[in-house]
Design a protein around this ligand. Structure first.
Ligand code: ADP
Ligand code: MG
Length: 728
C-alpha cells in the first residue's frame, strides 16, 4: 500500500498539462451541438417548427404527425454531428443522470439497413427502470416507469449520442425524477406571479424563474485519488491529518490558476460551448485545489439540466487530464468545503426582472412586492427550505464546521432594511394622498438602481439578496439544483397566491385603491417576517442563541431536517399547488432517508476497513522497528540503555495506546451498526446511524491521525493531505 502511495505521488508529479487549442471563437461554437431554436428553424418544416415552439412557449401538445417530422429532422441533424445513437436523458433520484443508448440503425431486410428514428421514439420510451429509486411508488402500484420528451430543454449531441431531455414518471403518473416536480413548480410560480404582475402591467403573460448556479469543486490528480480507498468509495477523506499548510495564507483564492487545471478548464469550456452551457466565470476557490465555475443565468429548468449535464461532462473531461473531480461538499477536513450557490430571480416576458429595483416608483412597488413576498415565503417555510438541501454530505457544511449555518435566514443589506422599516410604519387602512406621494417619492422612489451595500456581501448568510436576485448559498455542491429550485419556486408561488387574495379582499371589501391595499398587505408581511431577517455573522454561537429565541429551526442533521418534507403543511403545500401529491412527497422522503442511511453505512465500513487493515498494521510495523531498536540499544549498552531509548519507548507506548483505541472504537462502531441494521423503522434507523454510528468516525479518525504524525513517513500507506492538496 505504501508503495501505491509513492507510486501515485511520483506519477502525479510527472504530469504535463494537456495542450488545448482553441481555433474557433466561442460565440461561433456556442450551442452548435444542440437542437436549439436556430437549428430547428433550419431543419424543421414551418408546421413542425410552429408545433414545437408552441409546445415550448404555451405547453401545448405535439401531435403524432408533427412528432414524426421533428424526429426525422432531429435524426438527420444528429447524424450530421456524428451521432450514431440516441437516448432519453433523465434525472432519476439517484442524483446522477441516466441514459440508455439505442442505435438509429435498423435492418430493413435483404441485408440492408437504414438509420431510423420515429416520433414515438422521440416522445416516449420505457426504460427498464426497476432499479431506480422510487420510494415504494412502483411496488405499490405495480406500474412501470416511462420517460417523456421535455421540448423546453433542447436535445443535444454529446460524443456520438443524441440526448433527448425527458421527464421520468410512473405509469400512474407519479414523478420518479427531479425534473417533473420542478416543471410543475415553475408552472405554479409562473401563473401566480403573472396574476400579481397584472396589478402593475396588464401585458405580462409569462413569468420565468431564472437560475444561475455557481459550481464549486476540487480537482485532484487521478493517481492520488485512486490511492485513497476512502476518496474512491465515499468521495471524501475519512482519515488524514491536516497539512501543516492549509488555506491559512489565503493564497489560493483568486490566485493564478495552475497550468494543468487551466488546460482542464479550457477543454471543459469547449465542451460546454458545443452543448450550449453558457459558462462564463472560472476561478480558484478558497481551499487549495478548489475551483469554481459559473455560467450566465438561464431559465431555471434549462439551468438545472445544464448543471446536471455539466457535472457529467466535468467527470468525462477530467479523465483526459488525469484528474478526478470531487463534488463532495467536504472532501477534506480543515479546509473549505464546496457549495453550489443558486442565484434566483423572476422575470417577465416583457423583459422586467421582478427582483431588480428600477427608476420609477411604480415599478419599484412591483419590485418590493416580489421582494417582500419572497422574504415572507422563506420565513413561512424556512424549515422546508432547509430540508430541500439536506444530505449526508452537506451536513458537513451546514451546521457543522463552516458557514452557512443550518439556520435559514435572509440578508438584505442596510439600504433595503431601511426601506422595509419605513414601509412598516405606513398608516393602516387608506393612505392620505400626502402620505402616498411622500412614500413614492422618498421611500419607494429612492431605492437606488444599484444597491451598493449589497456588493459588500455577507458571506455567511444562507439566503442573501444580492442587488437583483436572491442567492441561495446553502445548496450542496453534489446536489441536483432541482430540489432547491422546486421548493423555492413552490413556496414563492404559494405566497404570491395568498398575497393576491389578501390584496383583492382589501380592494373589494374595504374599498381601497390598489396601491393602498398593496401597501397595507406588505406592511403586515414585513411585521410578520422580521425574525427571518438577519444581517450579522451567521456562523456564530450568538446567532444560534438568537435564532432559537426567534423560533427558527436549526436542524443540523439530515434525519432531523428531512422531517419537514412530510409535515402536514408541506404535504398540503405541494398538493395544493399540484407540485407533488402525498404519495410523491412521501416517496421522496423515504428515498432520501434511505440514501442517508446507506451513505453513512458505507462510510462506516470504509473507515473500519482502512483503520484496521491499513493504519493499524502499519503502526505495528513501525512499532516493531522501534522495539528492535530498543533491544539493540539494550544489547549494546546494557543497563544504561534506558536513557538512550527513552523517546523510542515512549513512542512504543503511545502507538499501543492509539492502536488499542482504534480497535476498541471500531468494534463498538460495528456493534452500533449491527443494532442499527436491525431497526425496521426508517426514521429510527437513520437516527441510529446519525447519532450512534457516526460519532465513532471522529474518534477513530483522531487516533489514526495521531498515528500518522508518529509513524515513519516512508511506510505510511495513505496518501497525505499535503500530497492531495498541493500537487498541481
Ligand atoms: P458572485 O459574486 O456571487 O460570483 P455573480 O455576479 O458572478 O456573483 O453571479 C453569480 C451567478 O449569478 C452567475 O451565474 C450569474 O449569471 C447569476 N445571475 C446574475 N444575475 C442573475 C439574475 N437576475 N437571476 C439569476 N441569476 C443571476
Ligand atoms: Mg455567489
Amino acid at each position: 500500500m505504501s508503495n501505491l502511495r509513492f507510486h501515485a505521488v511520483k506519477e502525479s508529479m510527472s504530469r504535463i498539462p494537456v495542450q488545448i487549442e482553441e481555433r474557433e471563437r466561442r460565440s461561433e461554437l456556442f450551442g452548435s451541438h444542440t437542437f436549439n431554436e436556430t437549428a430547428m428553424r433550419q431543419h424543421l418544416s414551418k408546421d413542425a417548427y410552429k408545433g414545437v415552439m408552441s409546445a415550448i412557449k404555451k405547453g401545448t401538445k405535439i401531435d403524432r404527425n408533427i412528432a414524426d417530422q421533428v424526429a426525422s429532422s432531429m435524426k438527420d441533424w444528429a447524424l450530421s454531428k456524428g451521432a450514431t445513437h440516441y437516448t432519453h436523458w433523465f434525472q432519476p433520484l439517484t442524483g446522477a443522470t441516466a441514459e440508455k443508448h439505442d442505435a438509429f440503425f435498423e435492418t430493413v431486410g435483404a441485408g440492408m439497413a437504414v438509420e431510423k428514428f420515429e416520433g414515438s421514439q422521440l416522445v416516449q420510451q420505457e426504460p427498464d427502470a426497476s432499479s431506480f429509486p422510487n420510494g415504494g411508488i412502483r411496488n405499490t402500484f405495480e406500474a412501470r416507469g416511462y420517460t417523456a420528451w421535455d421540448p423546453t430543454s433542447p436535445a443535444f449531441v454529446y460524443g456520438t449520442t443524441l440526448c433527448i431531455p425527458t421527464v421520468f414518471v410512473a405509469y400512474t403518473g407519479e414523478a420518479l425524477d427531479y425534473k417533473t416536480p420542478l416543471l410543475r413548480a415553475l408552472q405554479a410560480v409562473d401563473s401566480a406571479a403573472v396574476d400579481v404582475c397584472k396589478y402593475f402591467d396588464k401585458n405580462v403573460k409569462k413569468v420565468n424563474a431564472s437560475l444561475g448556479w455557481e459550481q464549486e469543486y476540487f480537482l485532484i490528480d487521478s493517481a492520488l485519488v485512486n490511492s485513497r480507498p476512502d476518496l474512491v468509495l465515499t468521495g471524501r477523506t475519512l482519515l488524514g491529518h491536516s497539512s501543516a499548510k492549509g488555506q491559512q495564507l489565503d493564497d489560493h483564492y483568486f490566485g493564478t490558476i495552475p497550468n494543468r487545471a487551466l488546460s482542464y478548464m479550457r477543454d471543459l469550456e469547449h465542451e460546454c460551448m458545443l452543448l450550449g452551457i453558457p459558462v462564463k466565470t472560472r476561478h480558484n476557490e478558497v481551499a487549495p485545489n478548489q475551483f469554481e465555475l459559473a455560467p450566465i443565468y438561464d431559465e431555471a429548468n434549462l439551468a438545472v439540466d445544464h448543471n446536471s449535464l455539466l457535472m457529467d461532462v466535468m467527470n468525462k473531461v477530467a479523465e483526459r487530464h488525469n484528474f478526478r473531480v470531487l463534488f463532495h461538499e467536504k472532501p477534506f477536513a480543515g479546509v473549505n468545503g464546496s457549495g453550489k450557490h443558486n442565484n434566483w430571480s423572476l422575470s417577465t416576458d416583457t423583459g422586467i426582472n421582478l427582483l431588480s429595483p428600477s427608476k420609477t416608483p411604480m415599478s419599484n412597488l412591483q419590485f418590493l412586492t416580489f421582494f417582500i413576498n419572497t422574504i415572507k415565503a422563506v420565513n413561512e417555510y424556512e424549515e422546508l427550505l432547509r430540508a430541500a438541501i439536506a444530505s449526508a454530505s452537506n451536513d458537513h457544511r451546514l451546521g457543522a464546521n463552516e458557514a452557512p449555518p443550518a439556520i435559514i435566514s435572509v440578508f438584505i443589506g442596510a439600504q433595503l432594511t431601511k426601506v422595509l422599516h419605513d414601509l412598516e410604519n405606513v398608516t393602516k387602512g387608506k393612505l392620505s394622498p400626502q402620505e402616498k406621494t411622500d412614500l413614492k417619492l422618498n421611500v419607494v422612489g429612492k431605492i437606488p438602481e444599484i444597491l451598493l451595500d449589497n456588493t459588500d456581501r455577507n458571506r455567511t448568510s444562507p439566503f442573501a439578496f444580492t442587488g437583483n436576485k436572491f442567492e441561495f448559498r446553502a445548496v450542496g455542491s453534489r446536489s441536483n439544483c432541482a430540489s432547491a429550485m422546486t421548493v423555492l419556486n413552490t413556496i414563492v408561488a404559494k405566497q404570491l397566491i395568498d398575497f393576491k387574495q389578501e390584496v383583492d379582499v382589501l380592494i373589494a371589501k374595504k374599498d381601497m385603491k390598489k396601491d393602498d391595499a398593496i401597501f397595507n398587505v406588505l406592511r403586515e408581511y414585513i411585521k410578520q417576517s422580521k425574525r427571518i431577517l438577519f444581517e450579522g455573522n451567521g456562523y456564530s454561537d450568538e446567532w444560534e442563541k438568537e435564532a432559537k429565541k426567534r423560533k427558527l429551526s436549526n436542524n443540523k442533521t439530515t434525519p432531523e431536517a428531512l422531517k419537514a418534507k412530510i409535515s402536514e403543511s408541506s404535504l398540503k403545500l405541494f398538493e395544493d399547488l399540484n407540485v407533488m401529491n402525498r404519495i410523491e412527497s412521501e416517496a421522496r422522503y423515504e428515498i432520501e432517508m434511505e440514501e442517508y442511511i446507506l451513505r453513512i453505512q458505507i462510510e462506516s465500513r470504509v473507515i473500519g476497513d482502512i483503520a484496521r487493515n491499513h493504519v493499524v498494521p502499519t503502526a505495528i510495523k513501525y512499532q516493531n522497528t522501534l522495539i528492535e531498536n530498543v533491544s539493540g540499544l539494550k544489547e549494546v549498552y546494557g543497563t544504561g540503555f534506558k536513557k538512550l531509548a527513552k523517546e523510542q519507548m515512549s513512542l512504543i507506548e503511545q502507538i499501543s495506546g492509539h492502536i488499542e483505541m482504534i480497535n476498541t472504537k471500531i468494534t463498538q462502531m460495528i456493534d452500533a451498526r449491527k443494532s442499527a441494521n436491525n431497526i425496521d423503522d426508517i426514521e429510527k434507523k437513520a437516527d441510529a446511524y446519525c447519532f450512534k454510528v457516526m460519532p465513532f468516525f471522529d474518534e477513530i479518525r483522531y487516533h489514526s491521525d495521531k498515528l500518522e504524525l508518529l509513524v515513519d513517513d516512508e511506510i505510511w500507506p495513505l496518501t497525505k493531505y499535503r500530497e492531495l492538496l498541493f500537487t498541481k
